[in-house]
Write a new protein. Structure first.
Length: 449
């Protein structure tokens, strides 16, 4: 009988896609996939190792899965992903229940790892040497709803942000070929996928390492011609590589969502310089103005870090005023995590955990008021919504998203009047506004394309 394997995926969508690839290889090898850890004979934890809270969640999850070696059917516990790449020896030493620790270059070797009988710990390092990059022929098992899927268009990062460990974990920037990405999009469309989300550490730099000028803009236009794909969005734009050609592609192609996710990280010039982030408060303001001018009705998301070493109250007030003046549609705020092996680790972590949290709470409270006001302005208007299925809040409600809402990070549309099948598009009139979510009724089903 086929062995049952369970996989827990933590962290970002880029990590989730790695998990899908591992599941694809295991399924192809004849393993039976299960979501119940008590039934799994092999358990795999794909970890995140980006910042402190993510590392702690990964450790807690490994310990939780380790319990199933005593009370369940689990015979082998495998740990992989970013935390494994950073701390392989520590994980193996501190958690003896772990049978194998494997890194990002061994993603396609997951079957061999699972079948090995002895304890196996790879000689892993976080020094930027990882080379792995999947392609369109790599097997995948989608962990997303059947109508939506991620496509990783590149891997790694070359930027020197002083707070970030990702370049050392995931290696240098490397792009997939356009042909490989298009082939994958066509394959996904053939499986019923209607929305694709392009992901990378920096999507807007796509193709530069291949010698392609305006690589993302060209790719977006080509993807817009793939039959069956109705929505295309990209996440993680970098300020200096988000150019006019990309914005023109968004504005001129109906299938490309009017949604721009551009993490700016701060608004104080002193902090931006210390972070080694490009631009200034003034140049970032010009960028946001340009996005809104070139893409009418665009929805903009950004993310920021509070509590960076030596961030003063004046620096924080500068960030607060910038976000108040800019009025982002969606905003994420992280408290600074003092990560070893980053350049910023050499600075003293001068802002207390309590103060970091206070600053985060104040910025998010301000954004909540902005978000509510924007949502209230949409009441009485309608929009096309991708219906995802029954809401987690109530089986009496449908849940969906507009093109201005990315899955799992932005708000949702709750439908309390009318019906549309999951995976279909419907015109929804908004009747009620909440801080991050909208409530509405179905007016009509849409056929896009």
């Amino acid at each position: 009988m086929a062995k049952k394997v369970g996989l827990v995926s933590l962290g970002c969508p880029k990590n989730l896609l790695d998990s899908e690839v591992m599941l694809g290889h295991m399924k192809e090898a004849g393993y039976e996939l299960t979501k119940d850890p008590e039934e799994a004979e092999i358990l795999v934890v794909n970890t995140c190792g980006f910042i402190g809270p993510a590392k702690q969640e990964s450790i807690d999850t490994i310990l939780e899965m380790a319990q199933y070696k005593e009370k369940g059917k689990c015979q082998r516990l495998v740990v992989t992903g970013c935390l494994a790449q950073r701390y392989a020896i520590d994980i193996a030493r501190e958690i003896p229940e772990v049978d194998s620790v494997t890194g990002l270059d061994q993603i396609e070797s997951i079957v061999q790892v699972c079948e090995t009988q002895e304890r196996r710990v790879e000689s892993l390092v976080a020094d930027g040497s990882v080379k792995y990059l999947y392609d369109h022929e790599t097997p995948r098992v989608l962990a997303t709803p059947p109508f939506s899927a991620y496509i990783k268009i590149s891997e790694g990062c070359d930027y020197p942000c002083t707070f970030c460990i990702i370049p050392k974990i995931r290696g240098q920037y490397r792009s997939r070929t356009p042909d490989s990405i298009l082939a994958e999009a066509e394959s996904l469309a053939g499986r019923g996928v209607k929305e694709i989300l392009l992901i990378a550490q920096d999507t807007t730099r796509y193709g530069a390492d291949l010698g392609h000028r305006n690589g993302l803009a060209s790719l977006l236009r080509q993807l817009a011609r793939v039959e069956g794909i109705e929505w295309i969005r990209f996440l993680y734009a970098y300020p200096t590589t988000l150019n006019d050609e990309i914005l023109e592609a968004i504005a001129n192609q109906n299938k490309i969502c009017g949604y721009v996710d551009v993490p700016l990280q701060h608004a104080s010039d002193d902090v931006l310089k210390a972070m080694k982030r490009p631009g200034t408060r003034a140049s970032n303001t010009l960028l946001i103005d340009k996005i809104r001018s070139m893409v009418p009705g665009v929805v903009i998301r950004s993310s920021f870090i509070v509590g960076f070493p030596e961030e003063t109250e004046e620096d924080f007030r500068s960030l607060l005023s910038y976000c108040r003046e800019t009025e982002f549609d969606h905003l994420g705020v992280f408290t600074y995590s003092h990560e070893e092996d980053t350049e910023a680790f050499g600075r003293e972590d001068t802002v207390s955990p309590q103060e970091k949290q206070r600053r985060r709470d104040e910025l998010m409270e301000q954004q909540a008021a902005i978000s509510l006001r924007k949502n209230q302005g949409r009441v009485g208007h309608s929009s096309v919504v991708l219906v995802e299925g029954l809401s987690e809040e109530s089986e009496l409600l449908l849940a969906g998203r507009t093109e201005g809402q990315a899955p799992d990070i932005d708000g949702t549309v709750l439908i309390n009047d009318g019906w549309s099948e999951p995976g279909t598009f419907a015109t929804v009139e908004f009747t009620e506004a909440h801080t991050y979510d909208l409530v509405g009724k179905v007016l009509d089903q849409e056929k896009l394309g």
